[in-house]
Write a protein that binds this ligand. Structure first.
Ligand code: DOR
Ligand code: ZN
Length: 354
């Protein structure tokens, strides 16, 4: 067969999806923002923007200022919409909740147990203290986004999510049955079981790294800091539960990357920061995970429908197209003083957004 004929019968495999949203994203501020927001804006229409800046986003004013900074950093012509969140602290007031409920740009509050992760020092140690706030959130229908891990230093890091569900989340749900809750970046069989069995008010996001990897990626053959995130990757049986949830067609489980850029020097460090940077090709990473399971038909709803439905927002109407095409993930993104190592750097991805 001659080459031209051979070429012409090669069928280009493409996948067109309604443009997805990222329901859990770290954009940071300052220098790094421009690089990372451009990546997200290329793929996603909207993103729920996490408030754990070095100086946390605790007030409506902070969130509006941060939103303006994000919009300013976007590539020109982008229609990307940052959906803002506030950081729940022991100082958060009922008045703050009322203000959030009235504000068209702020969608939720994020609960970090103090000490759970990056910039979580301003978080909450004793959840009983915030019960009046949760009451107000329930009343005004403001969703609570939870980093679900206990933080006492004696608890094994691999058990922190399970124990949070048992000791903190179950009592909250019992006390506030109408409070909308997203258990963010779930990592365990127990979390999948809990969310599946809970009311329609409870949902969960799942990251690409927790679908694609388990703790072997982090620890076998040397410590691989770019696979270190929190909650930490668990054993394979948990990974299997997450995959099953993601491809199940259960609308309680939807896309949230938790893409969390840190400069390479702070990841490759004696005390490396937690976070995987996936925004450069988030949808391709999810596509690989779904394709491995022969479940590409379930990807669009997971990536573009269920999150919007949960938050009561309209589904997007434009599309993105992915092409089946191998390419090598670069070793770094960003500028000289803030280089970021992407998730799976130097490895091959088999899909590429056009
Ligand atoms: O790995 C993580 N990185 N988990 C989080 O919860 C926070 C995030 C970050 O902000 O770096
Ligand atoms: Zn996060």
């Amino acid at each position: 067969m001659d080459l031209i004929l051979q070429k012409s019968i090669q069928i280009m495999k493409t996948l067109t999806l309604i443009r997805p949203d990222d329901w859990h994203l770290h954009l940071r501020n300052g220098e790094i923002l421009k690089t990372v927001v451009a990546h997200s804006a290329r793929q996603f229409q909207r993103a729920m923007v996490m408030p754990n800046l070095k100086s946390p986003v605790v007030s409506v004013e902070d969130a509006l200022r941060y939103r303006a900074e994000i919009l300013q950093a976007l590539p020109s012509g982008s229609s990307f919409e940052p959906l803002m969140t506030l950081y729940l602290t022991p100082q958060t007031s009922v008045e703050d909740i009322q203000k959030v409920a009235e504000n068209p740009f702020i969608y939720a509050l994020k609960l970090y147990p103090a000490g759970a992760t990056t910039h979580s020092e301003s978080g909450v140690t004793n959840l009983n203290v915030i019960y009046p706030i949760l009451e107000a959130m329930q009343k005004y229908d403001v969703p609570l986004l939870i980093h679900g891990e206990v933080t006492d230093t004696n608890t094994d890091i691999f058990d922190r999510e399970r124990i949070f569900i048992e000791t903190q989340l179950i009592p909250i749900v019992a006390q506030f049955p109408d409070l909308k809750i997203v258990l963010e970046h779930v990592t365990t069989t127990e979390a999948v079981q809990f969310v599946s069995a809970a009311s329609q008010k409870i949902a969960a996001t799942i990251t690409p790294q927790h679908l694609l990897f388990n703790r072997n990626a982090l620890l076998v053959g040397g410590i691989k800091p770019h696979y270190y995130c929190l909650p930490i990757l668990k054993r394979e049986s948990h990974q299997r539960s997450l995959i099953a949830a993601a491809i199940s067609g259960n609308p309680k489980f939807f896309l949230g990357t938790d893409s969390a850029p840190h400069i390479t020097a702070l990841k490759e460090n004696a005390c490396g920061c937690a976070g995987c940077y996936s925004a450069f090709a988030a949808i391709e990473l999810y596509t690989e995970a779904f394709e491995k399971e022969n479940a590409l038909d379930k990807l669009e709803a997971f990536a573009a429908f269920y999150g919007a439905d949960f938050y009561g927002l309209p589904r997007n109407t434009t599309t993105i197209t992915l092409e089946k095409k191998s390419w090598e993930i670069p070793s770094q993104y960003g500028e000289k003083n803030h280089l970021i190592t992407p998730l799976n750097a130097n490895q091959t991805l088999h899909w590429k957004q056009q």
